[in-house]
Write a protein that binds this ligand. Sequence first.
Ligand SMILES: NC(=O)c1ccc[n+]([C@@H]2O[C@H](COP(=O)([O-])OP(=O)(O)OC[C@H]3O[C@@H](n4cnc5c(N)ncnc54)[C@H](O)[C@@H]3O)[C@@H](O)[C@H]2O)c1
Ligand SMILES: O=C(O)[C@H](O)COP(=O)(O)O
Length: 532
Amino acid sequence: MKILIADKISGSGVQFLRDQEGVEVVEAYGSSQEELEGMVADVDAIIVRSASSVTKAIIDAAPKLRAVGRAGVGVDNIDIEAATDRGIVVMNTPGGNTIATAELTFTHLLCSARPIPQANALMKAGKWEKKAFQGSELYKKTIGILGLGRIGSEVAKRAKAFGMNVLAYDPYLTKARAEQLEVNKVELEEVFEKADFITVHMPKTETTKNMLNASTFAKMKDGIRIINCARGGLIDEDDLAEALRSGKVAAAGLDVFVEEPLSSESALREHDRLVMTPHLGASTAEAQENVGLEVAESIYESLMGGWVQNAINAPSIDPKQLAVLRPYLNLAFKMGTVIQQLTPSEINHIRITYSGNLVNLEVKPLNRAFQRGYLRKITTDVNDVNAPRIMDRLGIKGEIVQNSLERDYTELIRIEATDSNGKSYSIEGTLIGKSQNPRLTLVNERNVESPLDEKYLLVLENEDVPGIVGMVGTVLAKHKLNISNMSLSRNTVGGIALNICGLDSEPEAEAIAEITANKYIKGIRVVNLNGA
Ligand SMILES: NC(=O)c1ccc[n+]([C@@H]2O[C@H](COP(=O)([O-])OP(=O)(O)OC[C@H]3O[C@@H](n4cnc5c(N)ncnc54)[C@H](O)[C@@H]3O)[C@@H](O)[C@H]2O)c1
Ligand SMILES: O=C(O)[C@H](O)COP(=O)(O)O
């Protein structure tokens, strides 16, 4: 396995990877994007911080790529769309640099109130300026925090320790969490109106891009102080420069920029009351130790087929959850493969209903397992990452229902697939016994008892007349096909019956033709469960 580390991570992270058998590590710090593109032809994983980008061009140049790890939080330098399409898992290490970034934010906040960098510069220049550097206290001032996630919450705690009044704007912040953090959850306009300091801690999205700009500065108090240690582009840089010039913004602190590294020509460099750091939020020994080791471990684990911690484009299942879910994942996967092989190719809607005990489980991973099973005979290279994409691309709409109604089984998965003519097909399955063996319990509204750990299932629909079982048994025996299990079912005497035979080997075309030739046979399908 070859792992390319494009941006420098902690030595212990690199060493961890080097210590793993069969892992080749390539450190390519400081390489240009073009150089990286030329290095990825045979890599299985790439690790980055924020300096290098994992673009579509890089992904396209890396046919073996299976995982991308971000030693840090922001993944805006990774083309998640392109990775997801290819089934490449993208993971980050949230949390490892939270304190470091919250502390840097507070450093900027203090520097915006007390011009320490500017005073220091004059001291170094041999001067003793006192009058020019009168500051302002944080105590009893109002701070508006936009984005109350990991970092925003830590900033809030520190602001409260400084005796500040904290206003929080975050549309996704629950009332309970705001109460727990002892912050006032308010609307954005109230932050603009009342804050003396504003600090941003959101991801950069279509909604948050340029959230602070000339028109929002106009709504703020004169002399507002602004901090951005989140992402360049949350604040319009030209508008900030203008607001600093006019004095509307008394001081600002920026750790992040629209273009990084910041151009040496940037007009931002001209402002005395703007303190800038070169994206240092996560740059503490402690944070780098945390994220470097964590990303190395996660990447290795994922390449070894283990639990993917903090996957951005796939559900993460922790080992405890996985132990509980494993038999259900197997059942969902097998049901996916069964329904796909029992239905026509043009399916445009699939409803999955989880009943009984399954109502209390996290079913997202089960959906993915079902989709993987469904797609395994339609497309290659399907995995938990790209399965939903491929279903979308096939035009198959999904619907998930969790239903606590009492059923005959303590847990049941029901699949209903509808084809382009509006015809529906259904199967149900459950786990049986202590060993939790997967079993099909219903096919097209007929009860069956068919184990899903067979190699092949021969699924027959026939008129309910005597002699069918004998005929099928004779033909199969003639072709040396061993029956491992047989389930017979009918809803009405003399109606259409269902006959499912578990087979140890694949029935050849001749055997199928012989069975089909019987006038009472109305439908025949072979379900290949091998590898499922
Ligand atoms: N400067 C650095 O070196 C550095 C280090 C770590 C993280 N970061 C950046 O800091 C930011 C926050 O990181 P985090 O770990 O706290 O992330 P997080 O996901 O824990 O928090 C982000 C918060 O933003 C909120 N949010 C989303 N959309 C919003 C909107 N429209 N308005 C207001 N709030 C919104 C979310 O609800 C969430 O609570 C990210 O942009 C991350 O990339 C920078
Ligand atoms: O999103 C992050 O984790 C920070 O922006 C840190 O970026 P860095 O790892 O390049 O310092």
